[in-house]
Design a protein around this ligand. Sequence first.
Ligand code: ADP
Length: 592
Amino acid sequence: MSRPRDAVVRRGMRHILRAIAGEPGMFTLAVLASSVYGGMTVASAWVIGKVTDRVILPAFADGATTAGALTLAVAAIMGVAVLKIVGILGRRLFAGVMSYRLQAEYRRRVTGQYLRLPLSWHQRHPTGQLLSNANSDVEAAWFFVAPLPFACGALVMIAITAVALVLTDPLLALVGLVVFPLVFAVNVVYSQVMSPRMQRAQQLRAEVSEIAHESFDAALVVKTLGREDVETQRFGARAEELRDSLVAVGRVRGLFDPMMEALPSLGTLAVLLIGAVRVADGATDAGELVAIAYLFTLLALPIRAIGWVLADLPRALAGYDRVTPVLDATGETPYGPEAAPVGSGGAGLGVQDVGFTFDGQTQATLEGVTFDVPAGSTIAVVGPTGAGKSTLAGLLVRLVDPVGGRVLLDGLDLRRLREGELSAQAAFVAQSAFLFDDTVRGNVTLGADVTDQDVWTALRTAAADDFVAALPEGLDTRVGERGASLSGGQRQRLALARAVIRRPRLLVLDDATSAVDPAVEARILDALRASEEPSTVVVVAYRQATIALADEVVWIEQGRALARGTHEQLLAEVPGYAALVKAYSQIEGVLA
Ligand code: ADP
């Protein structure tokens, strides 16, 4: 039992050092300001003592005092008070800057990792968790920093008090020697009792936000299938757990907080009790006793600050522990040193002996896939569901890297290209088109500096010009969240225009026109091929009309490229291909 307890304290101390190392300048300034405050607090006790001795007691004795003595007393009290204010201001300001800078720095690191890490990593981590990592976990990790300089200043105050006590009266010093270690002992026990409860609460916070996120995302399913009650229950159950765990945290706090608060007051009481006897004996004088008693009452707040830091450390560790796996995650796409081959028009594409297996799976999704696509030609990739077509499409634009073999762009392995080179050469359009909550123009240009004329040309190629022209505000029409105000086929065509406007030398369409009717789909492919310098197009397709427009077809079955040829050749030679194409034509016919 003692080992994990030690670990909490040791890890907590290391976390404090991490915070200080992260912002040494701000920390030093805040501690300096806090020490000024601490010093002035002690000084104010000393001034009160001196004023008692020199002004108040003589005044009681004589029944009068001088204006000079009063002025001096007021000036001393005011001076100390002003410096104390400066100390508080500085401490709050610098501690705040330190805390928020650390939060900002770690938010940047976490989001930087989100951008760097590959798609496979994102697929393993729910969105709600990513949100809470970047938000509440980072916040929790550095929240304790705000009272940290105060707590360090309090240590200075306690040291000064201890010395003052010993110098004034060794017997009174004994009170300090009992109270201060007791404060630390209570705090250590507190953080150990609190730690697991805080961890649980932080975990539940993330889970609640995960469920909420998923439910909102699935609004359509929830509403149309009448799952409101079930979702409410699912959310409610976890929210109740969170509530219970926060209540448990509150109980512990409720027990320890008054104890922390009471200790310095009990110290004051003890000082007064023992001190009264000492003054009566003549071992110490009244002024000194008042000063020490006052010091004890003043120490109550800074001692609480130490408590705040130690109390928040378990939560900080819980948050930090949830953030570190993101910061330590590796697997970002490695880039090579080379620029993409210069050229206009389509790029030549080579797929050589490519194999791919998803993480944690034993069965390969793609195996020994080899084919080439001559520059400027259009190739249709056809195969049954689950054959590996989408996986292959992703490999062509380096969403993932092959486990074996190579993908070549104009003869150059994609892995040898510098960052940003491939995305300037190749564009990928997936079946589910994602639109931003922006205008049509914004969704097509994605902020690039392009003329409206180019936007219209791209829309025309994507057969989207007619419907955009009919929108109330044309290019300036806002499409709503995820393009909610458009039909599926319209969204797909905007996504296609977004790819086309970049004039990619390689265009990979993964069933990207599935919601567009066949005649329009054929028009789009025709337009893509008709330009002066046509892109190389790889299209994952099902419809005969689309496939027939391709120069050649690659037939994929169970992760292998089993045949390659023109549509007619494959119809004649590959029974599986003929059956699949026929089945789809029949469905199209029925639908038509
Ligand atoms: P297609 O596009 O031909 O329908 P996919 O390339 O989407 O096929 O999928 C090929 C196989 O890989 C399927 O068996 C599918 O279950 C599996 N698969 C796809 N994505 C993943 C993933 N992220 N993790 C594990 N397996 C996957």
